[in-house]
Write a new protein. Structure first.
Length: 109
């Protein structure tokens, strides 16, 4: 197989990290949520992120449609064949996202 010069697959879209942790009824009530709901976080819900990571055995992975597509493409292609372009802040979550991409062989520009 001939190795392409540069990435074989380039992805550009909104970047985010998926955070999955173990919740319970008390957490749902604490943050004013309901089961099977999707919302944009309001100010009173922003503590949920740290709560999940610090107290609820959370796992973080690079998420979003383009990230998931890049992950699938990278699985089938030679190492470092996908490239993901996007913007993140300069905080611990951005570092987590960069590390997740690096671990999966997807350079982050």
């Amino acid at each position: 197989m001939v190795r392409p010069i540069g990435p074989a697959s380039v992805h550009l879209l909104t970047i985010w990290a998926d955070i999955s942790g173990k919740g319970d009824d008390a957490m749902i009530q604490q943050y004013g949520m309901k089961l099977d709901d999707t919302v944009l976080a309001e100010p009173h819900q922003l503590g949920l992120y740290d709560d999940l990571i610090n107290n609820r055995d959370a796992k973080t992975v690079a998420g979003g449609g383009a990230q998931n597509t890049a992950r699938g493409a990278q699985y089938m292609l030679p190492p470092n064949s996908t490239l993901y372009i996007g913007c993140v802040g300069n905080d611990e979550y951005a570092n987590t996202l960069r590390e997740a991409c690096k671990k999966e062989g997807r350079p982050f520009v």
